[in-house]
Design a protein around this ligand. Structure first.
Ligand SMILES: [Fe+2]
Length: 375
């Protein structure tokens, strides 16, 4: 691990300094989370590049989660939880803790925690309530529970500031993978809502329309400054995890294009910093797809995987002119990012997998195609 990365929920806790985190975890999740389960395999060594990253979102804790089996078979170097990791939907923090403990008790997830480093951000349902943003009244308490559950160390910068955003870098120079976890909830202003026609509802559209208020924020000023600094750090591949879709055009649900000025700001920031290797990973919507924004100096892909154990067949007809290919997969799925570093021009394979682990979408991108100099 490099200097700015740190152990995660799947990585072993630091000797000595992590003891209080272990104690806290045991106290919070005593019913289903034993000290033995807290033993994790070592993190990816600093001199070995990440080769396979698996991610997913939207896991209902009260339903079976068979999808952990094929995820475990992938033997990922890292698992990314992209939000709605549980459905808490409560202002009662005891209830929220209980819902996390239900996830912790899932045998498949327990095995993942023992064997695989896990990084996470949140979305509305684990943050606290459906579609809620910066106005959620329990956001500070919810953040503490989130950071505890994912074993974020006491000395992590994520503990020192409002919001759960954070960044990590893995691997040696030249093959370094940066993971940027955005918080699209803690600071977010309201989207505008409309009454939907029956036809639009049947087609799967949601009730939101873009809010063009120049003061409306997605990330908040401090997180924007922090993101700029992260994009200026050296990395070959940058996986930016946004709980909500970034590239997809307006389909009426919670996506960046509901705050179009903020979406433009994000794309502009990537241009201004000259950051190469950006790939967005997103969730939330209950379907999987790959989108591509071509308005910058290199294509920005948004790889969406949602949900881990839910389906929403109605989404099948939703148009998305930015979609790569014609696959929109509204059944349980997870995503994998596999990087072949052995080539002079490393190849990044993006695959969406069904509940059996079979690939339902596959697209390969050359790392050279994700450079500002490419066009
Ligand atoms: Fe969500």
């Amino acid at each position: 691990m490099t200097a700015d990365s740190f152990p995660t929920s799947g990585a072993p806790l630091p000797r000595g300094g992590g003891a209080s985190v272990v104690v806290l975890s045991i106290l919070l999740f005593a019913a289903s989370f034993s000290p033995a389960q807290a033993q994790k395999r070592p993190p990816v060594p600093a001199d070995e590049p990440l080769q396979r990253i698996v991610f997913g979102s939207c896991a209902v804790q009260d339903k079976p989660q068979p999808i952990w089996s094929p995820i475990l078979e992938e033997d990922p170097d890292l698992f990314l939880f992209a939000g709605d990791n549980i459905y808490g939907d409560t202002a009662n923090m005891d209830t929220l803790r209980h819902e996390y403990s239900t996830l912790a008790a899932k045998p498949g997830y327990q095995k993942l925690r023992r064997t695989t480093p896990i990084l996470a951000t949140w979305d509305d349902h684990d943050y606290g309530a459906n579609d809620v943003g910066g106005w959620y009244e329990q956001k500070e308490a919810s953040e503490d529970i989130f950071l505890d559950f994912f074993n974020v160390p006491e000395d992590s910068p994520r503990r020192q500031r409002p919001g759960v955003y954070g960044a990590h870098r893995y691997g040696p120079p030249g093959k370094r993978v940066q993971v940027i976890l955005l918080d699209t909830r803690y600071f977010r202003d309201r989207f505008e809502k409309v009454e939907l026609s029956e036809k639009a509802q049947k087609l799967g559209f949601g009730p939101y329309v873009p809010n063009r208020d120049p003061d409306a924020t997605m990330l908040g000023a401090k997180q924007w400054d922090w993101l700029r600094a992260q994009l200026q750090k050296p990395a070959a591949v940058r996986l930016i995890v946004s709980s909500i879709q970034v590239v997809s055009p307006d389909h009426g649900w919670e996506i960046w294009s509901q705050l179009p000025l903020e979406r433009s700001r994000l794309f502009r920031l990537i241009e201004d910093t000259g950051a190469g290797g950006v790939l967005f990973l997103s969730g939330d919507v209950h379907w999987g797809e790959l989108s591509r924004y071509g308005g910058g100096s290199y294509p920005l892909y948004d790889f969406t995987s949602s949900a881990l154990n839910q389906e929403w067949p109605q989404a099948k007809n939703l148009p998305n002119p930015q979609r790569v290919g014609d696959t929109i997969y509204p059944y349980p799925n997870y995503g994998s990012v596999t990087i072949d570093w052995s080539r002079d021009d490393p190849q990044i394979q993006l695959r969406l997998h069904d509940e059996e682990g079979d690939s339902v979408l596959s697209h390969t991108v050359s790392l050279s195609a994700l450079q500002p100099e490419a066009e």
